[in-house]
Design a binder for this molecule. Sequence first.
Ligand code: AMP
Ligand code: MN
Ligand code: MN
Ligand code: MN
Length: 288
Amino acid sequence: MTLIFDLHAHSNISDGLLSPAELVAHAAMHGVGVLALTDHDDVSGLQAARVAAVKHNIQLVDGVEISVTWKKRTLHIVGLKVNPENVALKAALLEVRLARDLRAQQMGESLAKAGIAHAYEGAKAIAKQSIITRVHFARFLVENGYAKDTKTVFKKYLVKGKPGFVDHQWMDLAQAVTLITDSGGSAVIAHPGRYELGSVNMLELLSAFRSYGGVAIEVVTGSHTPPQYQQFAKLAHQFSLKSSLGSDYHGKGISFMEMGRLPALPSNCVPVWQDWPELALHEANALS
Ligand code: AMP
Ligand code: MN
Ligand code: MN
Ligand code: MN
């Protein structure tokens, strides 16, 4: 039996729809054997996910997805096997979340100027205790009839040049990679195909990322096309980086991809989990 990996997924601790325990159950139902919970800028869902993972016989990988600013662009760095109790990591993520809230207030003010009142309060009510992301604004705007679905609402309101977009200075790339690495984790560039960097900047990014201690890039992810799997497999090989695989599942209606549906990594990739000893044990249990 092949073990199905999904090393990128969100719960309602960030912008996903399911609670951490529900997400784990969902993953199990879709045949996933190794799941990383990678909420944006927050590791507080991992404990509940771990309890559920034992119940569903899933191997849980402690993860996080950190927003960074690199050359004036927003990139996402996934941390796998981070230590959620690491003091430096927890402190840095708390700072990011506080800045996120100010950004959300600015987004609300900007939308108010465009004639949409109370968007911050609306997004906050949807987010409940979690961080406020553009997904929460998207849900507020769709629920109030400003657009028909998530895809449309992003295009119309939430991307650069639109009223709900606020330029934000996220964490430094080097700092994110260092925080992840120092907490015992592996840093992975999330969905590199989504950044529209151009080849020169992409090469510069991969080189910088590696020099800071980054170890892998997502080759197979919900937002990549099959030609992009090949493109990034080649780049991973060129930069001696390992490869990761994850759906980036957020929940029905706001995801690129359902869980357990992605193809395996291309055969020339070195999987990021290649030297994870606990997986051998998990596989042995699954067979017994
Ligand atoms: P934020 O970190 O607040 O800027 O929110 C970014 C999140 O919005 C991403 O993690 C995705 O979940 C979601 N997102 C970004 N762009 C789109 C899009 N075009 N369509 C749907 N969801 C998107
Ligand atoms: Mn997201
Ligand atoms: Mn992302
Ligand atoms: Mn994600």
